[in-house]
Design a protein around this ligand. Structure first.
Ligand code: ADP
Ligand code: GN1
Ligand code: MG
Length: 377
């Protein structure tokens, strides 16, 4: 989109000051995001997003979810001493028609957030403090939303982390072979098929009523938490997929992007490793905020999420590759395949470390619960 078109879009929102500059921003795979710099000192900068309506098919319901979630978070924080709701919760800017998004004549949907200044998001985690703070941010997010009625939220993408449904879509993609690429990926297909049954455990436990559905974030990539200039947790962002889910999904997706020091799409598979110090730090932060509310079964399910989420992401990237790259933005022709291979390697490395993963989770939850009991005495 050229700047003049973006300015036209921005004219529908109740912005303060004047627009000095608009530039592409962030590294997301779904939406188009722009940084909007204000030309007037003292007026805020903004973040403009064109919402991908091929992925989010019902934008009004999606935006209703985000309005509910941000309002709930803000109300909760307002009652907490020391909290800073304006810095800790995303704020949507209204249009002149008092709506949270603008639908243009070309069928595109747009929204604007206030830019949270002096924040950073990390595609790759650099040290345990960042990991710990990220764990706290995502954990606190779940804890604050625990009393939002899940029936009030819409499923913005049905069956988003349902691996059984993802496996069915994968089998269909193989059968249809629309891009003629199935012949290139026999090893990756075998990798998926070998693990398909084991990876369905969370779905099964859910069906059997052993895991509660909660309001979960469902896209807890580490770069979806903003840290402040001291690397302290500030705000969880990217709220499009907040909907009912299992806590292991949020834990697993965050671990996927925390413990691997290589990029999500690393081509050199030998660079994909698991940093157990980062794992421990994230887990400590996450369970500090959540161990009081989680059931024993949920705590035990967290390690299942640790291998499931990179598996699901690899499966989705591979399915998109086989389908001919319709879903994710790609930067080169084999990008989705490279992403899938990197995620599958991560699954393997995590499987090799699974006992340490389980032990670390149990230890962290036991010590946080003991601490809580002591505080209550
Ligand atoms: P995507 O779905 O494309 O990942 P995000 O909503 O996560 O889009 O935004 C992309 C990036 O923009 C984030 O990783 C973060 O760095 C930055 N960002 C998003 N919202 C804000 C905000 N309100 N304030 C500051 N930075 C933001
Ligand atoms: C997408 O929008 P972004 O880049 O934060 C995707 C996530 C994947 C992620 C993989 C709606 O997230 O599910 O985990 O890419 N979001 C959607 O990087 O599909
Ligand atoms: Mg994001």
């Amino acid at each position: 989109m050229v700047p003049s078109q973006l300015r036209e879009v921005l004219a529908h929102f109740t912005l303060r000051g004047s627009i000095a500059e608009i530039s592409p921003y962030g590294s997301g795979h779904i939406h188009d995001t722009y940084f909007v710099k204000n030309g007037i000192t003292g007026c805020p900068n903004y973040l403009l997003q064109r919402i991908n309506h091929h992925v989010f098919k019902n934008v009004p319901l999606l935006m209703d979810n985000i309005e509910q979630v941000t309002l709930h978070l803000r109300n909760k924080l307002e009652g907490m001493p020391g909290a800073r709701p304006d810095e800790e919760v995303l704020r949507l800017v209204q249009t002149h028609k008092h709506r949270s998004f603008h639908a243009d004549a070309g069928g595109n949907f747009w929204r604007v957030y206030l830019l949270l200044e002096d924040t950073r998001s990390y595609d790759i985690v650099e040290n345990p403090q960042q990991a710990y703070e990220g764990g706290k941010a995502f954990g606190k997010f779940l804890a604050l939303l625990a009393d939002l009625d899940i029936t009030h939220l819409h499923e913005s993408i049905p069956d988003f982390h349902n691996v059984e449904s993802r496996l069915r879509l994968f089998e269909t993609a193989i059968r249809q072979n629309l891009a003629g690429r199935v012949k290139h990926v026999p090893e990756e297909i075998a990798f998926v098929q070998q693990r398909a049954e084991g990876m369905s455990t969370i779905c099964r436990l859910g069906r059997e009523g052993k895991l509660p559905l909660r309001v979960t974030h469902n896209d807890t990539k580490f770069n979806n938490v903003l840290l402040d200039k001291h690397d302290r947790a500030q705000c969880v962002i990217d709220l499009d997929t907040v909907m009912p889910g299992y806590v292991a999904y949020d834990f697993g997706d965050a671990i996927r992007t925390t413990v691997n020091k290589a990029a999500e799409d690393e081509a050199d598979l030998d660079k994909i490793t698991v940093d157990l110090r980062l794992f421990k730090a994230f887990t400590e932060g996450f369970l500090k905020e959540t161990s009081a509310m989680l059931t024993d079964e949920e705590i035990a399910s967290l390690s299942l999420g640790v291998t499931l989420l990179p598996f699901i992401m690899g499966l989705r990237f591979l399915t998109d590759y086989i389908d001919g790259d319709n879903y994710y933005k790609i930067n080169f022709p084999e990008h989705n395949l490279q992403r899938a291979r990197a995620q599958f390697r991560l699954v393997q490395v995590l499987e090799e470390n699974i006992e340490t993963v389980q032990h670390t989770i149990q230890q962290a939850s036991t010590s946080h619960r003991a601490l809580l009991l002591n505080q209550q005495k």
